[in-house]
Structures are given as C-alpha cells and as structure tokens.
Design a binder for this molecule. Structure first.
Ligand code: ZN
Length: 192
C-alpha cells in the first residue's frame, strides 16, 4: 500500500484527481461518508477530511460509501479506465497484428478521436506509440533469445517495413537491433 502525505491527498481531493482513485479514499467526519479522490461531491472543509488506504478501512471506521462515486466497488470504478485497460490487454496479446492501432477503438466501441484522447491522458502516449513500444520490447526479447534475423523479427512483432522497425528500435533503444543483439551475446559470454 502506498504512503501519501495528508497534504498530497488533500491536493488530490481538491483537484478531483482520478489518478489517485483506488490508491486512497477520503472520509468526511461530519457526514460519515467516504469517497474516491475524483468524486464530484461538494468539497469538505480540510479539517473535516480523513484518509483511508482502503474502502474496508473506511467501513471499519464507521463510514458509509458515497452514492455518487461508489468507493466500495472494487478496483477503479471508471468505464474510461476500464476501456484503457482493455486496450492495453489487447495490445499485449495482439501486438503482432497488422493495423491493430487503427482497429482498436472500433473493437472497444469507441470513436478514434475519443479513444486517442483518453489513452493519451491515461498513459501519456498515444495508442500507436504504446503499441510501438510493446513491439520493440518484444523485438529485444527475440534478438536476445532467438536466431531470427532482423527482417523476420520486424514482421514477427508487427512492423510492416524494415525501415520502420529500424527507426523505432533506434529511437527506443538508442542503438541498432544488430548492436543490441551483439551486446546481449557479449553479456552472455561474460557470464559464462
Ligand atoms: Zn463520493
């Protein structure tokens, strides 16, 4: 469980910061109701706010869950976060699929624009950037552990062109696939 200072938690409550949802809860001593940080209920006075690291803890202290933000529901009660989680799950399973980034919003029942915006907000990068990162990470595994050549690896992890693969690889790993493989081999030999 994380440890936040009461100052940090109060700021999160004031800002209604959904990034803290599920990481702590706040209760209002005057109403005996507890909420998620992102709840849009009226802000309590600072001196009336108390903090809990779990919903169970809040309930044990005699607080009732807020009807608006449903803090007692497990995990993060946000359809938007669920959407992003589902997207990341699909990417981790189907990263090698051609055109995955383009078909993802539709598969999740979202518009491309809305999905792009939500994803970027949640992850700090676009779905295409995230997908590219997953693909390159997979490529590093293949470079280290297989004898496949660069072309086979590029297509195996979902790139449509070798030049696209090289550019993305270099951007993420700051070296060429060949140099990366070399380094892995050397490290391995060094350990024997
Ligand atoms: Zn609430």
């Amino acid at each position: 469980m994380e440890n936040f200072s009461s100052g940090v938690m109060w700021q999160a409550v004031v800002a209604g910061d959904e990034h803290y949802d599920g990481r702590f809860y706040y209760g209002v001593t005057t109403t005996k109701i507890y909420c998620r940080p992102s709840c849009h209920s009226k802000l309590p006075k600072r001196e009336n706010a108390v903090y809990f690291l779990s919903a169970v803890e809040a309930e044990k202290a005699g607080y009732r869950p807020c009807k608006r933000c449903r803090p007692e529901v497990n995990g993060v009660y946000s359809p938007e976060e669920e959407l992003i989680e589902a997207a990341c799950r699909i990417i981790s399973l189907e990263f090698d699929r051609e055109g995955l980034a383009e078909t993802l919003p539709g598969r999740l029942g979202s518009s491309a624009f809305h999905f792009q915006r939500l994803f970027k907000k949640a992850k700090g990068e676009t779905p295409a950037e995230y997908l590219r990162r997953v693909r390159i990470t997979q490529a590093t595994v293949l470079l280290a552990e297989s004898m496949l050549d660069n072309t086979r690896i590029a297509f195996a992890v979902g790139f449509r062109s070798l030049s696209g693969f090289y550019a993305a690889f270099r951007r993420q790993m700051a070296c060429s696939p060949r140099a990366y493989r070399q380094l892995c081999r050397e490290t391995e030999e060094g350990m024997e």
